[in-house]
Design a protein around this ligand. Structure first.
Ligand SMILES: [Zn+2]
Ligand SMILES: [Zn+2]
Length: 343
């Protein structure tokens, strides 16, 4: 099959023909129809900040397609089914996996890092990580549900526990943050404030439901900026991983507020805890990936028209343009939201 491959010590992908193994007994093999290009793929390929668990590496964890082959023990699917592959992989046996919280599994992995992903004509996946995609949802939208939408959904719904009528602040409106905005809107947030250092990304955020866009200058204090506007928030979703920005927003977080950290920055977060955080009972929560609840929920929200992702796909590109997509995403050329590859 044709695949975009990362070799050791290389800062780009090469398009090559490789042999994909047949599906294992509990695996399915799909013909890939769409694979989203994520910011973490930029860190994997262009910068080398993230490392794959094996070489050669086929990236891609936002994968949708049509089932082509079944392992002999697969029971839930048939050849020809339209499906999305979950972005995370897990052992399937531990207490967390058994209770449906796969992203707490100690052997959790990411498709395209720990196994071959969707920058290829075909991909294999364990049937436990596969969800059926209805005809009404196109493959490009289906693919990005696996990470760009499900990761913020987990953060907003299951970690932040957003309630109808609450005010939200989203820090960072890239591929994940922008979908946090859309999810806050679909789950009934009243005000949705969005902060970013990039004006074009904020323009995008307006299309997804931001009620207030805050352009941050270098070193500017976000908390003070929001305080001056006379606003406070109940839930904060941080996709920046930027320590000064995160600590600045304590002052505008309401009693009972939740600060959900999703973004991982270059340097570790060292958070001073002011006493009023205790008094106001503010929670600081980590959120990583998503579990098996996210994809079925999101598929229903999209099907029912409660979550509008029509602006999510910036462009659909052939596999040969994978490197170009990564560079455009990295340099924010044209302020892309999601490029998807159609192998
Ligand atoms: Zn991703
Ligand atoms: Zn497990």
């Amino acid at each position: 099959m044709k695949a975009a491959i990362l070799h050791p010590n290389r800062r780009n992908l090469s398009i090559e023909n490789i042999e994909i193994p047949p599906p294992k007994p509990k695996e399915i093999q799909i013909q890939v129809k769409s694979c989203g290009v994520c910011g973490s793929d930029v860190h994997l390929v262009l910068h080398g900040h993230l490392k794959p668990n094996q070489f050669p590496c086929v990236p891609g964890h936002e994968v949708s397609g049509i089932i082509e082959k079944l392992g002999e023990e697969v029971t839930k699917f048939k050849v020809g089914d339209r499906v999305v592959l979950g972005a995370g992989t897990s052992c399937g046996r531990c207490i967390h996996c058994q209770s449906g919280r796969e992203n707490l599994c100690s052997q959790t992995g990411v498709r395209g890092f720990d196994s071959w992903g969707g920058y290829a004509e075909f991909a294999n996946a364990d049937e436990k990580d596969v969800v059926r995609l209805p005809e009404t949802i196109p493959f490009d939208i289906g693919g990005i549900l696996a990470d760009a939408v499900s990761t913020p959904y987990h953060a907003v719904k299951f970690r932040g526990n957003l309630q109808v009528g609450e005010n939200a602040l989203v820090i960072g409106s890239g591929g994940l943050g922008i979908h946090a905005v859309a999810i806050c809107k679909s789950l009934g947030a009243l005000e949705i404030l969005v902060a970013d250092i990039d004006e074009g990304s904020l323009e995008n955020a307006k299309k997804f439901g931001a009620t207030e866009c805050l352009l941050l200058g270098k070193g500017e204090n976000l908390g003070k900026k929001i305080q001056k506007m006379g606003k406070t928030v109940d839930i904060v979703l941080d996709f920046s991983g930027h320590m000064e920005t995160v600590t600045s927003i304590f002052r505008i977080t309401n009693r009972g507020g939740r600060i959900v950290l999703v973004g991982i920055g270059r340097s570790p977060l060292e958070i001073p805890i002011p006493f009023y955080l205790i008094e106001r009972q503010i929670s600081i929560l980590g959120s990583y990936g998503s579990d098996r609840r996210a994809l079925p929920d999101l598929i229903s929200l999209v099907e029912n028209g409660d979550l509008n992702l029509k602006n999510s796909i910036t462009d659909i590109l052939p596999l040969e343009k994978a490197n170009e997509a990564l560079v455009h995403l990295d340099e924010k050329i044209g302020h892309p939201i999601r490029f998807v590859l159609s192998p």
